[in-house]
Design a protein around this ligand. Sequence first.
Ligand SMILES: Cc1ncc(COP(=O)(O)O)c(C=O)c1O
Length: 360
Amino acid sequence: MEKLIRRDLRSFGGYSAATSPDTLDGKIGVETKNIIKLDANENPYGCSPRVQKALAKYSLFHIYPDDGQERLRKMLAAHVGVEAERIVAGNGSNQLIDLLLRLMISKGDEVINLTPTFGIYSFSTRLCGGTLVEVPREDDFRFDVAKVKAAITPRTKIIFIANPNNPTANLAPAKDIEALLDTDVSVLVDEAYHEFSGKTVLPLVGKYDNLAVLRTFSKWAGLAGLRIGYGIFPPEIAAFILRIKVPYNVNAAALIAVEESLKDVDYLMASVDRIIAERKRLMAALKKLTWLRPYPSQANFILCEVLEGDALVLHQKLQAKGILVRYFDQPRLRNCIRISVGKPEHTDALIKALHEIGGR
Ligand SMILES: Cc1ncc(COP(=O)(O)O)c(C=O)c1O
């Protein structure tokens, strides 16, 4: 069968996802349950207790969920304050990135990626047969509007902006996003970390018909494992995405989890506030280590350049102590690690381990 595989995918490397603690079972001297997972920007406080109670009581798991997502879309619309016609939910917001690209990209169409950024944009563009046009970010990880505009051609279909950006954790100024929206190319603003930054482009939704906004319940609501995200699109695009998605892409458990999370926003936002407070404490502690350079963060993670020593070795030494962080070695992210903000005890364990390991 191998010869039937698409030629353009034969050298495809796939997406390198975060390590699952289960896969480390027996390989490090720390029990799986004691692993401190700071590598995937998950929420250490977990989901709302209402979600767990409602799922335990639910008796209709044998029935398919509503394919058209009607109730779900209404709930999400009320939550963000836009019309339900604009909303589509996905199996994680990742699925909506894939669906939007499938809808728009024919072979050879171009997608502008502001690198370094979230890996799924390039992954899904390649899967859809699109051509990636990379515009590297500046030294402070902002993008230069003039350079992005210069990269636009008649084949440009989408510009991706993660805001805050992953893994650099910085926000783009609203005026820079508007400048790109004024080009008429479709702009997807991925607000996966919006709740940790307090900034959003949602007020621009009615003004621009080339704007799409992505949100997720993975981070602020602690539902990464249930896979639920959503997008706010121009209504006609939302209708098309609903047409091309696989049936029942949002499962019944995720649907219940959204409903209960939206009844418990105050509880969940209190966890977000704790994470924001811990981000400040973690940043202060990291700054004291002269061999690390932490970058400012508007998200629930901190990118650090390792100034002395090898980031891969550091990543491995932390892993041996049961602390998982993300390691990067790519242009502009040479010798870097990304640390998710955990609970105070996670910060304490991490900083203790970093002192023990030292910068060499
Ligand atoms: C910028 C960005 N967008 C989207 C996602 C994925 O979200 P989801 O879990 O909803 O697929 C992530 C996850 O790390 C992310 O960093």
